[in-house]
Design a protein around this ligand. Structure first.
Ligand code: ADP
Length: 332
């Protein structure tokens, strides 16, 4: 399972770091979450306590990792990051927790993929800052009570629903990340263009924003490709026309649907007459994992009203039919 961040080469990686906002005021969008967090951060700092545990949930690329970094920065706290699948045994978790300074932050990405046994250990760690571990084997095995420094756990997940209730209940702050508005994405695109030292005009920024599926990670990725196009085919400035041409070339359509979205809708409509169709069938037909469809493809199509989820499966809406027809006409 490779995330798009891991596919970046080293120079792109350092660029990626500079693209990440550092403070709450730099972080664009997610106004409701920022407002709440700002209050809790200020209160925790006044009391000189660790911030309560935070669960960030929502589709990939919306800025959960970035938000964790921002919180650490605002708390002036040390942060360690790991991910659910990287924690193989309870000892891995104890080592990470024990390494934190008092008030430090542990960020666990994809926390829903953490092994059960490690998850259970988190309960007492989160609630009372201790873990009980078994040392030794067989006859010499004995429990050891292990106190931990006060810390903040920030968990990120694409699905709060798959988290067990005991774990979910131990987070004092639950933050649901939403897809971004076009206006917010436009600001992110302008900010990123500035970081990348590329020129873009307002209409160009809007065009990239409109086609970014409400997702900053996609906005940044498209911006880089559009910038390449502007340098080769234009005068280096990203204008609306340049952005349109470059994005058409990438087969991102005027609503921001990418090839996978388009395949999903056209399979649903052309092969199954608009549904209802089960997820397994769709997954087999379009050659994408069920997880990918559930985490990345469907949430956006649902929010934009292209599909409906019914008890018998997924159904295309009128909007999906109209959209597909339009895309056909444009491609012909
Ligand atoms: P997630 O952890 O939710 O998958 P990330 O935090 O890794 O998402 O964000 C993906 C990319 O989008 C990063 O490059 C980050 O710089 C950018 N990004 C995310 N949120 C914002 C934001 N609010 N403002 C500016 N850039 C953002």
């Amino acid at each position: 399972h490779i995330t798009s961040d891991e596919l970046l080469n080293e120079s792109e990686f350092s660029l990626e770091k500079t693209l990440r906002p550092q403070s709450l005021s730099d972080y664009l969008g997610q106004e409701k979450i920022k407002k709440e967090l700002a209050i809790y951060i200020e209160a925790a700092r006044k009391r000189e306590e660790a911030l309560d545990h935070v669960l960030l949930y929502g589709p990939p690329g919306l800025g959960k990792t970035t938000m964790a970094m921002v919180v650490a920065n605002e708390m002036k706290a040390d942060i360690r990051t790991t991910s659910g699948p990287a924690i193989e045994k309870p000892g891995d978790l104890v080592a990470l927790l024990n390494d934190l300074e008092p008030g430090g932050i542990l960020f666990i990405d994809e926390i829903h993929r953490m092994p059960r046994i490690a998850e259970e250990m988190l309960y007492s760690a989160m609630e009372d800052f201790f873990v009980d571990i078994i040392i030794g084997q067989g006859d010499t095995a004995h429990p050891v009570h292990f106190p931990l420094p006060p810390f903040t756990l920030i968990g990120a997940t694409t699905r709060a629903g798959t988290l067990s209730a005991p774990l979910r209940d131990r987070f004092g702050i639950l933050a649901h990340m939403e897809y971004y508005q076009i206006d917010e994405l436009k600001d992110i695109v302008i900010r990123s263009a500035h970081v990348l030292q590329s020129q873009i005009n307002l209409e160009g920024a809007y065009e990239v924003a409109r086609r970014s599926r409400g997702t900053p990670r996609i906005a940044n990725r498209l911006l880089k490709r559009v910038r390449d196009y502007a340098e080769v085919k234009g005068q280096g400035v990203v204008t609306e026309t340049i952005a349109k041409e470059a994005l058409d070339l990438l087969r991102v359509d005027h609503q921001g649907l990418d090839i996978v979205d388009q395949k999903f809708l056209s399979t649903l409509i052309k092969l199954y007459d608009g549904g209802p169709v089960g997820l397994n069938t769709l997954s087999a037909n379009i050659g994408e994992e069920i997880d990918t469809i559930e985490d990345m493809v469907e949430p956006f199509l649902l929010q934009e009203g292209f599909i409906q989820r019914t008890s018998r499966g997924r159904m295309a809406t009128q909007k999906a039919y109209e959209h597909l027809e339009l895309t056909f006409l444009m491609n012909d």
